[in-house]
Design a protein around this ligand. Sequence first.
Ligand SMILES: Cc1cc2nc3c(=O)[nH]c(=O)nc-3n(C[C@H](O)[C@H](O)[C@H](O)COP(=O)(O)OP(=O)(O)OC[C@H]3O[C@@H](n4cnc5c(N)ncnc54)[C@H](O)[C@@H]3O)c2cc1C
Length: 387
Amino acid sequence: MEYDVVVVGAGPAGSMAAKYASKGGVSVLLIEEHQEIGQKACAGLISTRALDECEIGLGKWIKNRIRGSFIYSPDGTCLTIDGKETKAYVIDRKIFDRELAKQAVRAGANLLVKAKATSLKDGKLDILTQGESLEVHPKIIIGADGLSSGIAKWAGLDKAKKVIGGVQIEGLYDVRDKDFVEVFVGSVAPGFFAWAVPLEDGIARIGLCTTAGPLRHLTNMLKSHPIVSRRYRGSHLDLKVGAIPLGPPERTTAEGTILVGDAAAQVKPTSGGGIYTGALCAKIAGEVAAAAVKEGDVSAKRLAEYEKRWRSAIGRELSIGMRIHEVMERLNDSDFNEVIKTLDDPGILGIISQYGDMDYPSTVVKKLILAKPRLLKLSGIFAKALR
Ligand SMILES: Cc1cc2nc3c(=O)[nH]c(=O)nc-3n(C[C@H](O)[C@H](O)[C@H](O)COP(=O)(O)OP(=O)(O)OC[C@H]3O[C@@H](n4cnc5c(N)ncnc54)[C@H](O)[C@@H]3O)c2cc1C
């Protein structure tokens, strides 16, 4: 069984990379260690742009449409950001990931589920599938195997600069408005934030990411957060834990190897969203892999085209996002109260509603700095956080 390209991991990034490598005219094997695709812990909130990037359109995977957000400070002040039209979708990851895998197969990739990559040495990839060992010698391996990427380790590539733990339930919840997600900042989720993403009236995904004890913080939030505890009806249908890699490593390519998606920490540090960024980079990965195979040059030097192209597409946005994240994670509850109070101004909210972009948050930050000098008063808080 020989293939030009083996993609390890059939999450959104792996399926997209497999699809694009297949479209490039080379033979592709996509493997997934689980027996079912789409097992990931995820709030499933993606922008309308992300849906386009995934080339998947509207379908059974769309559970809800979102037009804005309610952002709550620790003292309960609520900022309402209303995009006035659908800005994002809530997706069912199981159906969504399966559809992306289907598209990869339709493009020509072979898919093997319950097939785990167990080692990579001198270009030989070992796969364990249903008790049987397979040995493959692909020209290129695309590591789309998520946060704990074995491919990254075996290829001697670094992982994310930082990892944040996450936990989420799908539970009975008195949704305030099904067109809006709720975001809670401050000590409810130190280092990141908490959310309630409505699926339908009466049901939401409630979760958080934090640098310390996610499960403990979620339990506390459900039990005693002044807003969440009143809306949560005390029962949930599932509980999923996960983690988010932040800050891509210096290199995401090596001889015959490319990393993509969470394996390359191609995740937005402000929101933890990785579906849009992963899909965008995976297309480049698939294209470059196919071209390199056809040229008969899979050296790290040749594959550097991938590195260059994905960094020029989103590298700057990710590093600005990382700086914003580093400031935000150091704010205490009274800082957050002050920030939200300052942003609670019709002119400022108008700018956020108009220019807010969950994939490119730097756009609205720049607009706000230029248009609202009164925001300079927050610079003291941010400067203190950076000390
Ligand atoms: C709590 C939480 C909430 C999130 N919410 C959002 C959100 O609302 N919006 C958003 O855009 N992003 C969100 N994310 C991030 C998003 O889930 C990831 O960025 C995205 O799934 C990354 O896709 P991927 O294909 O790179 O990796 P993954 O989806 O992790 O897929 C990797 C795949 O590789 C497989 N694999 C691993 N090792 C092997 C192996 N050795 N052999 C074979 N297969 C292997 C795994 O089983 C898995 O299927 C969230 C993450 C968490 C933890």
